[in-house]
Design a binder for this molecule. Structure first.
Ligand code: SAM
Length: 381
């Protein structure tokens, strides 16, 4: 049975593109790296402030790109994030870390300068060291030009060999450049099917486009952009604790009391969260736990897939419930297409307090159709 919405006192949430443009949805660290399937930062900013006090501990068991943790920290709350994808944990960690900005700037500039040196100072490069600029990785050799492979491997070599404190930031720059340097058609950057090796008609730009040949220009551009974004966030970042754990939220031991859970679960059969950052897994050698992803696209949307999905989310919420304080809240952002969340909530020993429905005009990526999502506020049953 659908639950009644009692959202009278809630703020306006149906922003149009004009009211909430892309620049605000991807402000500071929220635009550090593309990520398909995140919610807009304005949602945790509004709801965390509304339901929790400063000093609270907030958990996101599906932390994704870290939107909840970034918001919680800036609101003076402790934050814990868990994700099954090692790349998502790395990204969240880089977004929320505290940096010595002078040292960060120095290291990022040093790494890009040394990489450029590999390709301009031919003598020192070929004469003195053997930089591994070739790979037998099939993904790399399929999706990149020879030049881009060399430039990406060159930067990787520099960061791995260097004595840098902020290597993880460089890994995110490398991953973002690797995404842009793929020979993917511009109209298919999220899920490219095949590489393009020749000029092609681009449906996005409505003209003939050319496959990318290089990676260094992206490494340079993102070095600058990453520093700018981390610096901007540092102005509102607080010293409240942020913890990111890589693991399965069905079973992980959170090991401390929490005051609130704010999360958007994976959708059923829509996105493969590891696969969307395949280039990063191939370049960085991250641990692949894709077989433990709940609701992966690969599993489809059959009756059995929906049942498995339901069971998975129930296990996550039940596990989190064990650590939630008696008067704690669970806030879920979801498009309940299969009408299963009431049952999920009951079976994880929560009850609904309120549901707010909002029109989603745009998330952080372009969508062909508008759709709505629910913000479901629950307490312990
Ligand atoms: C909808 S996304 C969360 C996006 C996030 N709210 C943001 O703004 O970036 C769902 C996340 O759940 C993660 N996930 C899927 N199965 C999981 C599991 N068993 N344990 C922990 N995380 C899981 C996926 O890797 C994905 O990052």
């Amino acid at each position: 049975m659908p639950i009644q919405t009692t959202a009278k006192e809630l703020p306006y949430l149906d922003w149009t593109e004009k009211e909430l443009p892309q620049s605000k949805r991807t402000k500071h660290v929220h635009g550090l790296h593309p990520y398909l399937g995140k919610f807009i930062p304005q949602l945790p900013e509004i709801f965390l402030k509304m339901y929790f006090e400063e000093g609270s501990t907030i958990l996101d068991p599906f932390v994704g790109s870290g939107t909840t943790l970034v918001a919680a920290n800036s609101l003076k709350m402790h934050a814990i994030g868990i994700d099954i994808s090692a790349f998502n944990c790395l990204l969240t960690d880089v977004k929320t870390k505290k940096y010595d900005l002078l040292q960060l700037k120095h290291e990022l500039n040093d790494a890009i300068a040394k990489t450029e040196g590999l390709f301009t100072d031919q003598l020192s490069f070929f004469g003195h060291c053997s930089v591994p600029l070739k790979t037998d990785n099939e993904y790399m050799n399929t999706w990149y030009s020879d030049r881009a492979v060399k430039e990406l491997l060159g930067y990787k070599f520099v960061i791995m060999q260097g004595n840098y404190k902020y290597k993880d930031v460089m890994k995110i720059i490398l991953s973002r450049a690797a995404r842009s340097a793929r020979q993917a058609p511009h109209y298919e950057l999220d899920w490219p099917k095949e590489p393009v090796k020749e000029p092609y008609y681009c449906y996005k730009h409505k003209k003939i486009c050319y496959p990318t040949d290089e990676a260094l220009k992206f490494l340079r551009r993102y070095t600058f952009d990453t520093f700018r974004r981390l610096k901007e966030y540092s102005k509102i970042r607080t010293d409240y604790k942020v913890m990111v754990k890589h693991g399965d939220s069905r079973t992980i031991n959170i090991n401390r009391p929490i005051d609130g859970i704010f999360t958007s679960p994976p959708y059923c059969g829509l996105i493969d969260y590891h696969q969307q950052h395949e280039y990063a897994y191939n370049l960085l050698g991250l641990q692949d736990l894709s077989h433990k992803e709940i609701g992966a696209k690969e599993q489809g949307q059959s009756k059995k897939a929906i049942e498995d999905y339901k069971q998975g989310i129930i296990e996550v919420f039940s596990n989190c419930n064990r650590f939630l304080n008696q008067d704690g809240k669970l806030i879920i952002i979801v498009n309940d297409k299969f009408d299963i969340y009431q049952d999920i909530i009951n079976k994880s020993n929560f009850e609904v307090v309120q549901i707010v429905n909002r029109q989603v005009n745009r998330r952080t990526g372009r969508r062909s159709t508008d759709f709505t999502e629910d913000i479901i506020i629950c307490r312990k049953a």
